[in-house]
Design a protein around this ligand. Structure first.
Ligand code: PLP
Length: 464
């Protein structure tokens, strides 16, 4: 079987795994992240031929290289078709022109109006299929900065043998984001508002996995962006955008957990020709500091107008470090242990220069975000959400180049109506699908950011 459907851990101490194991487990048992043993390769002619093809067909071409014998071709096709059947635009991820050679890659046409749907709609279906085949039950815990939670609920709510626990930082997601999670009405979905930050929620998830007896007993799994299947699914739109443009582009990506932009690196490693990958951060600028100063160091989490990026520890950065170190799992293991201990990691020169060969980084504060939303509305009449605005502003700071400049537009503006209103004086129109959640009753529990309390809560809900 092809090496691209065998997976290894970034920390080098987990057995090789197949696609279905990676899908169901999320995190590798040694605490590392799964990566393909070898990247599949697409030639320039193959990539050019993606132009004009249906998004679903390109997704099939790419994902089938990773799936191996995990699913049949017919199963994979069926799940891809079903995943995108509910999207509002037939292109799934349409490119729209801004001005000159600048484009928005619109990733928010799925059921929850943020880009997380693109991967989770597929992941949910494959997950249910793998679980049915394997038998048993799964408990999914997701830490969300706002959008993963609702996308996971939209993908997994109501499915048999799956119970979903979603933790969001209390008071730090927008009202629409919270309501999208708390109004699903599915009996297998439990929402927890954590009295803490997203990073607290993410570290509780890691802590639950570390309690191996508990994790095994409840069939614990994660659908956070550490799940490689999400990265693979997100790499697809880098290919379709490039094929549509017909030439290599620079991509500017609003970044939190480093999943979406790492999908760009994944596409490049599969043969895509791209110019630069520009990391756009808000005031939570750990990634911009890492790239520009060479020190990956967690600071205090800031609450910003782009809450889905209010993240200090960018989990998927470990994948980029693995590649940048020449797949030196021993070094990654030590580096991550050091970072867990000191909250600080000095990047060795060789690793840093390898990262800089691919990535640039620019950060923006809330004033930049507001003025960018306002400027784009004034000059083009187009309303963008605050996350997209962080990226548009990063593009401005990065400077315009010859090649097409593609900003990943990650959310619908109506999800962040308050910020948009603050910037432009008017609320963006609400799509029908969001209007509905504003009227439904909410279900959530508020808990302290305490690992053992959360574990007890999960156990008692599973028992009840
Ligand atoms: C999740 C999210 C991001 C950040 O993506 P990462 O993969 O975590 O870097 C950006 N914008 C929006 C709207 C999001 O939901």
């Amino acid at each position: 079987m092809s090496r691209s459907s065998r997976f290894i851990s970034t920390r080098g101490q987990a057995p090789e795994a197949g696609f279905a194991d990676v899908l169901l487990a999320g995190l590798a048992p040694d605490g590392g992240l799964y990566m393909p043993a070898e990247w599949p390769h697409f030639g320039a002619a193959e990539i050019a031929a993606f132009s004009g093809r249906r998004y679903q067909d390109v997704a099939f071409e790419i994902l089938s290289r990773f799936v191996g014998d995990g699913f049949t071709a017919a199963e994979l096709r069926e799940d891809i078709e079903a995943a995108y059947a509910g999207f509002e635009k037939p292109e799934i991820a349409p490119l729209s022109a801004m001005s000159g050679n600048r484009y928005l890659l619109e990733l928010f046409h799925g059921p929850t109006f943020a880009f997380k749907d693109i991967a989770l709609q597929i992941l949910g279906r494959l997950f249910a299929r793998a679980l049915t085949r394997r038998g048993g039950k799964a408990t999914i815990v997701a830490a969300t900065s706002g959008d993963t939670g609702s996308a996971a609920i939209a993908a997994l709510g109501g499915l048999p043998n799956i119970t979903v626990f979603v933790m969001h930082p209390k008071g730090r997601v927008s009202e629409v984001q919270r309501r999208q999670m708390t109004t699903s009405g599915h009996a297998n979905v439990h929402n927890i508002a954590i009295e803490g930050s997203f990073d607290d929620a993410q570290s509780i998830v890691k802590g639950l996995f570390a309690e191996t007896a508990f994790a095994r007993e409840v069939g614990l799994t994660a659908v956070n962006s550490i799940n490689f299947v999400r990265i693979a699914a997100q790499s697809v739109y880098y290919f379709t955008a490039t094929a549509t443009l017909g030439k290599p582009a620079t991509f500017i990506v609003p970044t939190g957990n480093f999943g979406d932009i790492f999908a760009g690196e994944a596409a490049e490693r599969m043969g895509l020709d791209a110019r630069r990958l520009v990391i756009a951060t808000n005031a939570n600028d750990i990634m911009a500091r890492a790239l520009n100063e060479g020190v990956y160091e967690a600071g205090a989490a800031h609450h910003t107008l782009s809450p889905s990026m209010d993240i200090q520890v960018a989990s998927n950065f470990e994948r980029a470090l693995f590649e940048a170190s020449g797949r030196d799992a021993g070094w990654v293991r030590e580096a991550m242990a050091g970072f867990a201990r000191d909250k600080r990691l000095e990047l060795p020169e060789a690793v840093l220069s390898s990262l800089r060969a691919r990535y640039d980084a620019r950060s923006s504060d809330d004033d930049d975000t507001l003025s960018t939303i306002n400027a784009i509305a004034t000059t083009s009449g187009r309303i963008i959400d605050p996350h997209t605005a962080v990226a548009v502003n990063a593009l401005r700071k990065f400077g315009f180049r010859e090649e097409p400049m593609v900003v990943l537009s990650t959310a619908h503006p109506a999800k962040f109506a308050d910020a948009v209103k603050h910037a432009t004086g008017a609320e963006p129109p609400m799509p029908e699908g969001l209007q509905r959640v504003m009227e439904l009753p909410e279900q959530l529990d508020i808990l302290p950011a305490d690992l053992s309390l959360i574990r007890q809560f999960i156990s008692s809900r599973l028992a009840g």
